[in-house]
Ligand binder design. Structure first.
Ligand code: BGC
Length: 727
C-alpha cells in the first residue's frame, strides 16, 4: 500500500473512534472549565459583597423567596411546593390567591403512586414536568421530592413519600431529580431526616441506631445527593438524637456536607429554625418560614438575619461560617439561571398531561382478581353501578403542602362515562358520605338499590385528604395529622359487605395514600388500589377497569393485616413517650423486612401487584466472577394479554455476625411482554449490594459465606432461589 493511502486508511479507521472518545473528553473538559469558572465567579462575588448583602441571602424575604443581589446579577430564589405539581403562590395571609386559576397546573400522581410504577423512565419524565412548569412560573427551587421512609402506615404524609424500601426510593428519586434539574431548576430533597410521623413532628426527638440510619433512613437522601446531584436539601422539623435537624451538626455538616460532598444549600423546613448560632454552625444555609412564629414581615428578625449579623459583628461567629453558606447559595442561584428571561418553561401542555396519565396508568395496583371480574367486558355489560364518594371526589387540592390547584381532575365516574358507549348505562349513588350531618342511612339505601339491578358494581372508596373548610375529620392522608388506625372511615366496610351480598359481581377500588384494613376481603372478588393518581385518575382507572390497559403497578409499601404486624408498632415506639421522644427499636426491621423475617403474612405484601396476564419465571442462572454476581432468568408471558411485570431481586445473608432481615431488595426490572413472548433478563450485583452496616465496627461490611438470591413477583411470591458463596 502506498504510504499516503496507508495514512488515509489509518486515519479513517481510527479517527472516528478517537473523535468519539475525544468528544466525550471535550464535553467533560468543557464541563470542568464551566465549573471552574463558576467557582471563580462565586469567589469573586463573595470578595466584593458587604455583610448585609451576605446576610440577606441566608433567610427568606417572603413566604417563599430569598432576595437576590442585583448588583451582582444574582436573581432572587423563588421557591414553590412540590412534590407532585407546582403550587399557587399564597397571599401574604396564607390564603389561596384570587388569580389561582391562572396558576392551576399539571397535577401528577402523588409520590407513592410514582413509586408504585417501579418505572425509572417515568420518574424522569415526571421530574421534567415539574422542572418545566416551575420554570414557566419563574420558580427556581421545587420543594420536593419527599423522601422520608414509610415507617408506619399511619403517617399522614405517606402519600407524598415513596416507599418503605430504601433501594426503591433511591431508584425513583435519582431520575426524578435529574429530570427536574435539567430545566435549570433545583429540586429540594426533603425532609432530612426522620420526619416519619406527623404527630408531634415539630419537636419529637427521634432516636435510632446508626445501622438503621445508614441502612434504612439515609440511602434515599444519599442517592439524591451523590447520584441525583440534587441542588438543595430541606432539613426536617423534628429532632434527631436530641438536636433539631436544622441544628444537627452530625446530619448537616458531618454527613451531608463532608461525607457526601454535598455542594448545594440546606434550606430549613418552614419555621424549623430555633436558634441563631446553633443552626448557623450546624450547617443550615437558608432559614425559611419563621414568620409563622414571628408574624408577617418579620424577615429581618429571623434567627439568621439581624441576630446573626450581630454575632458576626461581635466576633462570636466567624465570617468564614457566613461565607461558606453564601458560597453554597450563590452556587444554587447560578445553577438555577433559567436562561433567557425567567418565564420560558411550559405549562399544562398536552405532553405534561400525557406524563400524568402514563404514570397514573402504571401506578394502579390490582390487588385481587378472582372470578375474572376484571377487566369488565363492556360488550356483555348493560349496567354498571358506580358507588362511593371517591367516585366523584377530587383530591388535588388536599393534603397540606403537597396540595395544588389542578388544571383539571377527572374523577373515576367521569372517566368511566367517557369510556363507555351508549349501550352501557352507568348509574351512580354516593353510598357513604364524609359529611357528618348527611343522612347516611338514606345514602346507603340508594346504593343498595342500584347495586341490585346492575351487571357489575364498582365501589370507589378509601380515604381522602380531608377538607379544612368543612367539619369532616382530617386525620387521613394529610400533613399535620396521622391516621388513628387502619380502618376505612364512614362505615364503608359494612356497606361493602352488604353490597357484595346483593351483587357479588363487584370490584372495590380504593383510593388512599397507603394501607387500610379490608375486613371485606373474602366477600369481594376484585380489589384495586390507587394512590391518588393525579389529574388523570378517572381516565386511568377507566382504562384499567375495562382492560384497555393491563395493570402493572406493584405495592411500594406493605399492606399489613393489622398494625401490630409492622415493626414500628411491634418493636418500636409510636408516636413516642410523654416527653416527646421516640425510639426506633424496630431498627432495620421496617416494612416487609419485619414481616418476612418473622414469618408474618401480609394482607398484601410489598412488591405485590397482579396483571390480567400471568408470567412464568424459569432458568435462574448465577455466576459469581470478578467480584460480581450475575443472575439471569427467563420470563414468559403465559396469558392472553400483553402486560408488564416487575421482576424483583432480593438478597438473603445466610449467616452474619449481626442479624439481618430475611429479604432485602437489591434490584428490579420492569419488563413488557406480548402473549407467549419470553425474554432473558440479567442482573449484576456487586459486593456493596451484599453489605450491611455493622455498628459494632461502624462500617459497611460484606461477610464471606453463603448468600441466597431470591427472584420474585413480590416479597411473598418468590419464584426462584439459588445459593451462592461470596469469596
Ligand atoms: C412542609 C414542607 C413544605 C413547606 C413549605 C412545610 O410545612 O413540611 O414540606 O415544603 O411547609 O410549604
Amino acid at each position: 500500500m502506498k504510504k499516503k493511502y496507508l495514512i488515509l486508511y489509518i486515519f479513517l479507521f481510527f479517527v472516528p473512534n478517537f473523535s468519539c472518545d475525544n468528544k466525550k473528553q471535550t464535553d467533560q473538559e468543557k464541563n470542568r472549565i464551566k465549573q471552574d469558572n463558576m467557582e471563580k465567579q462565586i469567589q469573586a462575588i463573595i470578595s466584593q459583597m458587604t455583610l448585609d448583602e451576605k446576610i440577606s441571602l441566608l433567610h427568606a424575604n417572603s413566604h417563599f423567596s430569598v432576595a437576590g443581589v442585583p448588583r451582582f446579577n444574582l436573581h432572587s430564589l423563588n421557591m414553590i411546593d412540590g412534590p407532585n405539581g407546582i403550587k399557587y403562590d399564597y397571599t401574604k395571609d396564607w390564603q389561596i390567591p384570587e388569580n389561582v386559576d391562572e396558576q392551576a397546573s399539571t397535577y401528577l400522581p402523588v409520590g407513592m403512586a410514582l413509586a408504585s410504577t417501579w418505572n425509572t423512565q417515568l420518574a424522569k419524565q415526571y421530574g421534567d414536568v415539574l422542572g418545566n412548569e416551575a420554570k414557566y412560573r419563574g420558580k427556581h427551587v421545587v420543594l420536593g421530592p419527599s423522601l422520608n421512609i414509610v415507617r408506619t402506615p399511619l403517617c399522614g404524609r405517606n402519600f407524598e413519600y415513596l416507599s418503605e424500601d430504601p433501594y426503591l426510593i433511591s431508584q425513583i428519586v435519582v431520575p426524578y431529580i435529574k429530570g427536574l434539574q435539567q430545566n435549570n431548576v433545583a429540586a429540594c430533597a426533603k425532609h432530612y431526616i426522620a420526619n416519619n410521623q406527623e404527630i408531634l413532628r415539630d419537636y419529637i426527638n427521634v432516636n435510632m441506631s446508626e445501622r438503621a440510619l445508614r441502612e434504612i433512613y439515609l440511602p434515599g437522601f444519599k442517592a439524591a445527593v451523590q447520584e441525583g446531584k440534587v441542588y438543595s436539601v430541606m432539613s426536617a422539623y423534628n429532632k434527631f438524637r436530641g438536636d433539631y435537624c436544622s441544628e444537627s451538626n452530625y446530619l448537616l455538616t458531618d454527613l451531608l456536607k463532608n461525607e457526601w460532598n454535598f455542594t448545594g444549600a440546606v434550606i430549613s423546613d418552614w419555621g424549623a429554625v430555633h436558634s441563631t448560632s446553633k443552626a448557623a454552625l450546624a450547617g443550615t444555609d437558608i432559614e425559611m418560614g419563621t414568620e409563622i412564629k414571628l408574624g408577617n414581615d418579620s424577615y429581618d428578625q429571623f434567627y439568621m438575619a439581624d441576630p446573626l449579623k450581630e454575632k458576626v459583628k461581635s466576633g462570636e461567629i466567624d465570617q468564614k461560617v457566613i461565607d461558606e453558606k453564601v458560597e453554597r447559595i450563590i452556587r444554587l442561584i447560578l445553577r438555577t439561571k433559567h436562561g433567557k428571561g425567567n418565564y420560558n418553561g411550559e405549562f399544562n401542555t398536552r405532553e405534561h398531561q400525557k406524563v400524568a396519565l402514563n404514570v397514573a396508568l402504571e401506578s394502579i395496583v390490582l390487588l385481587k382478581n378472582e372470578k375474572s371480574i376484571l377487566p369488565v367486558d363492556l360488550s356483555h355489560t348493560k349496567t354498571i353501578a358506580v358507588i362511593g364518594e371517591n367516585a366523584t371526589r377530587l383530591h388535588g387540592q388536599g393534603g397540606g403542602a403537597a396540595g395544588i390547584m389542578p388544571k383539571y381532575e377527572i374523577s373515576p365516574l367521569e372517566g368511566l362515562k367517557k369510556i363507555v358507549d351508549d349501550n352501557v348505562k352507568i348509574i351512580y349513588a354516593k353510598g357513604y358520605s364524609s359529611v357528618k350531618d348527611e343522612d347516611q342511612t338514606k345514602i346507603n339505601q340508594q346504593a343498595l338499590k342500584i347495586a341490585k339491578s346492575a351487571d357489575v358494581v364498582f365501589f370507589f372508596g378509601g380515604l381522602n385528604h380531608g377538607d379544612i373548610s368543612s367539619n369532616e375529620t382530617r386525620e387521613f392522608d394529610t400533613e399535620f395529622f396521622d391516621k388513628k388506625n387502619l380502618q376505612l372511615p364512614y362505615n364503608q366496610n359494612a356497606l361493602i359487605k352488604k353490597l357484595a351480598k346483593i351483587n357479588p359481581n363487584m370490584a372495590v377500588i380504593l383510593i388512599s395514600g397507603g394501607a387500610v384494613k379490608m375486613p371485606f376481603i373474602e366477600d369481594v372478588p376484585s380489589i384495586v388500589q390507587a394512590f391518588y393518581p393525579g389529574m388523570e385518575t378517572g381516565n386511568a382507572l377507566a382504562q384499567i377497569l375495562t382492560g384497555i390497559q393491563n395493570p402493572s403497578g406493584k405495592l411500594p409499601v406493605t399492606f399489613p393485616k393489622k398494625i401490630d404486624d409492622m415493626g414500628a408498632h411491634a418493636l418500636g415506639e409510636y408516636p413516642g413517650t410523654d416527653d416527646s421522644t421516640v425510639f426506633y427499636h424496630d431498627n432495620i426491621y421496617v416494612g416487609y423486612r419485619y414481616l418476612v423475617s418473622n414469618n408474618i403474612e401480609a394482607l398484601f405484601p410489598f412488591g405485590h401487584g397482579l396483571s390480567y396476564t400471568k408470567f412464568k419465571y424459569s432458568d435462574l442462572k448465577i455466576d459469581v466472577n470478578n467480584n460480581k454476581i450475575m443472575a439471569a432468568i427467563n420470563i414468559k408471558n403465559i396469558g392472553e394479554a400483553e402486560g408488564a411485570e416487575v421482576v424483583q431481586v432480593y438478597i438473603e445473608d445466610i449467616k452474619s455476625e449481626l442479624p439481618r432481615p430475611k429479604l432485602e431488595l437489591k434490584a428490579f426490572k420492569k419488563i413488557k411482554l406480548k402473549p407467549n413472548e419470553s425474554k432473558q433478563i440479567k442482573f449484576t450485583l456487586n459486593e456493596k449490594k451484599l453489605a450491611y452496616y455493622n455498628d459494632n465496627l461502624n462500617k459497611w461490611i460484606t461477610e464471606p459465606g453463603k448468600f441466597k438470591i431470591h427472584i420474585g413477583s413480590s416479597s411473598e411470591d418468590i419464584r426462584l432461589s439459588e445459593t451462592f458463596v461470596w469469596k
